[in-house]
Design a protein around this ligand. Sequence first.
Ligand code: EPZ
Length: 432
Amino acid sequence: MDSIIIQGGRPLSGTVEVSGAKNAALPLLAAGILADGPMIYHRIPHLRDITTMMTLLANQGADVSMDDKGRVRVDTSTSHLPEAPYELVKTMRASALVLGPLLARFGHARVSLPGGCAIGARPMDMHLKGLEAMGAEIRVEQGYVVAKTKGKLQGARIVFGTVTVTGTENLMMAAALADGETILENAAREPEVVNLADSLRQMGADIKGDGSGCICIRGVDRLNGAEVSVIADRIEAATYLAAGLITGGEVTVKHVDPGMLDAFLARVAEAGASVETGESWVRCSASERLQGVNIRTSPHPGFPTDLQAQFMALMCIASGSSVISETIFENRFMHVQELRRMGANIVLNGNAAVVDGIETLSGAPVMATDLRASASLVLAGLAATGETTISRVYHIDRGYERIEEKLRALGASIERITPTPELLRSPSLATS
Ligand code: EPZ
């Protein structure tokens, strides 16, 4: 398993081109199942999760290719196997996003339940209840969701008990080809949901209200292929802005709509950062040490749970204390024990972490546990004095395209090491 080695304490400055959003690209690729013709995708990021989704579609019989300009083409006219096997789903739970489209297209589907996840139980009950409300017959057999419909899915009014991003996306896709009107209430308002709705409309879907808590989908008979573009990855963008702030530098991220970062920018500004924005760029810097501020994660437009770990890294060396409350997932503080190894002063109390800022973190060997926890360890390593080695970086590769390259271009001393058999025999790496 690869590791990343960082020599910390160097201010990072410069400009980063933001990649396409993983969490927008995944549902967009799944939507290709609904299309009568080929889909062309612009700005699909090169990430492990994307490769997994493309493999999933190819396994179903789709023709999936990427040209030398990075455009992805998906033609599902040859798809014939409406399945998502455990071997793939266990590596990426967002594979569940194919369930709604497969059911709407084929009338039956067999999709593995994702199984456990580091950050929480992450059940799919709302996805399944919504499909049942639309007339699907759902059974769970040997770890698989086996779903079928007699004829087309039927429009329904669905009220989500809690906001679910992929639940909203799954049911919006299923409803696009259903008979009649579907209303999704307490729906997710994330920009990635709007990107999907925009793309479905380009394919011929009749969808209104996306971006608000109530989405109305009127089913149509068919959806055609379309050429669509993935929005910028707001989580990646904020992570690089945080890299500039935590090292006392100045980073600009470009090709991103600043409006998607409002909650994050408001909090870093409150902490004393200077924030400048343009039509498609954002710059952050801090002339002084940041002040501790409190955050509480919540569905968009609130503070994103996917930035909680990165913000905690910032607060570890802020002046004063901060309370970081995680309300979305029940186990999303696994970065805490690793940050403590670097000297951070953090006390956990239920779903709240109380961080008492210290002057500097110290480099140490640490272990990545999940995608966004890994990002917070990278940030901490960039700020720390001395060397930080982060093991199990495959977590990072799921959500950050070319992270070492982008950070090195900002002035970071960072390298990836792939253990050779000799290295593996050395005690320090043997456990990584
Ligand atoms: C999406 O996950 C994102 N993934 C996550 O990003 C993100 O953290 C999350 O939304 C919240 O913003 C993708 O878009 C691929 P949810 P999702 O359904 O849709 C509970 C990353 O780091 N719930 O909005 O799976 C659930 O357990 C990833 O890029 C149910 O109880 O999250 C959680 O507590 C991590 N039953 C809450 O709702 C359900 O049927 C919100 O989850 C569905 C969800």
